[in-house]
Ligand binder design. Structure first.
Ligand code: NAD
Length: 368
């Protein structure tokens, strides 16, 4: 039986509550589909600081290094100890450190709005078609967020000049393009590459390289869109998109715009991928939302984002496509039966029943 090592880092706030449900669902999936998961839980975030005075304790990092992938909850509690400096707080000392440590260069954010949750989407129903289903693939380690020089200069006379530099190389564009084309092959086989080739040198190179890589994926339909038009099309006709491929900053913005269409942060998983070795891709899987301190510890959090992050892990790190689809199918069926956590509940919806984190998780595990 195939065995996979997973580091489960629940973190803070609602993290432990939703992680518990995701682990339950993963175990049910392993039993059904015939694989074994060795899940090692470890502290991170404020839980790490409480445990070892470090947001990413050494033992946690060691467990991650020995694992095939990381299932992450979320970290950060804004109201905790303001004397702890920024660099030691969980968002930087744990999250950014892990991204760097494991060379996570590709960020995948699927947004899927089932038809029965049409009420949770801010768009008019006629724009939602048969349901919105988009995957935003964002380059995570290049572009303007990291390019040098990056500084603010004093021009004298009270004037400053801020400089950020947008840089992409051919290999950086090629590797993220391959991730996006491979993902499109597992979906509806359409890829929209986003750039600003009418203004930016980076955009011209981006378009050329993506088009060249695309020749290796003749089964995937490729189109190019300028980023400003893409932002508009997401609102006007989101159903035209399957996979959207973006550089770092454009992806940062468009993935949040797309997320708004999904109705609730509690429904949105994400994956950050590193390099592929021998058919296995190291990945970091987490909900798109944060620690939700306002509802933590109250059995109110929606565990679906965490559960679907587990599904992404099975697909993108281990190639267990059927098992991944089994989880997504179970979520869909449970939603169709009318179970709703508070974030997706609408009292006017016929047949909807409000449930807590535990009941939602148990129902999805039972539906596998
Ligand atoms: P948040 O995502 O935690 O919460 C925003 C809103 O969404 C809240 O009303 C919350 O209740 C709701 N929400 C989020 N997830 C939900 C779920 N699963 N079910 C139901 N409702 C849900 O964002 P915030 O309040 O801006 O941040 C809180 C803390 O989380 C901060 O410390 C922030 O730095 C941290 N954070 C961490 C990550 C991460 O670990 N990757 C990501 C974002 C924010």
């Amino acid at each position: 039986m195939k065995t996979y090592q997973i580091a489960a880092l629940a973190g803070d706030g609602i993290g432990p509550e939703v992680m518990r449900e995701a682990i339950q669902v993963l175990r049910a999936t392993g039993e059904k589909c015939g694989f074994q998961l060795h899940i090692t839980e470890a502290p991170v975030g404020w839980a790490g600081i409480d445990f070892a005075r470090k947001a990413l304790p050494d033992i946690t990092l060691e467990i991650c290094r020995k694992s095939d992938s990381i299932l992450f909850g979320s970290v950060g509690l804004p109201d905790r100890d303001p004397t702890i400096p920024k660099e030691e707080r969980p968002e930087r000392a744990a999250l950014l450190r892990l991204r760097k440590e494991f060379g996570l260069f590709a960020n995948l954010r699927p947004v899927s709005l089932p038809k029965v949750l049409a009420h949770a989407c801010p768009l008019a129903r006629e724009r939602q078609g048969d349901g919105i289903d988009i995957l935003v693939v964002r380059e995570l380690t290049g572009g303007m967020y990291f390019g040098q020089p990056k500084k603010t200069e004093d021009l004298g006379g009270g004037n400053l000049r801020a400089i950020d530099t947008m840089i992409y190389t051919t290999p950086e564009i090629e590797r993220i393009a391959h991730v996006a084309f491979r993902a499109a092959r597992l979906r509806r086989k359409k890829l929209t590459s986003i750039d600003k080739a009418n203004v930016l040198e980076n955009g011209i190179l981006w378009r050329e390289v993506v088009a060249r890589v695309g020749k290796q994926y003749s089964d995937v339909a490729l189109e190019h869109l300028f980023v400003d038009n893409a932002a508009m099309q997401l609102i006007l006709k989101p159903t035209q998109f399957d996979v959207m491929l973006c550089e770092n900053m454009f992806g940062d913005i468009l993935s949040d715009e797309a997320a708004a269409l999904g109705g609730s942060l509690g429904m949105l998983p994400s994956a950050s991928l590193g390099v592929t070795n021998g058919g296995r891709t190291f990945g970091f899987y987490e909900p798109a939302g944060g620690t939700a301190p306002d509802i933590a510890g109250k059995n109110l959090a929606n565990p679906i984002a965490q559960i679907l992050s587990g599904a992404l892990m099975l697909r993108h790190s281990f190639g267990l496509n059927e098992a991944s689809a089994a989880i997504e199918g179970a979520v869909q069926r449970v939603i169709e039966t009318g179970l709703r956590t508070g974030d997706i509940f609408n009292a006017a919806e016929a047949g909807a029943r409000k449930v807590g984190t535990r009941e939602m998780g148990a129902a999805i595990a039972a539906a596998i």
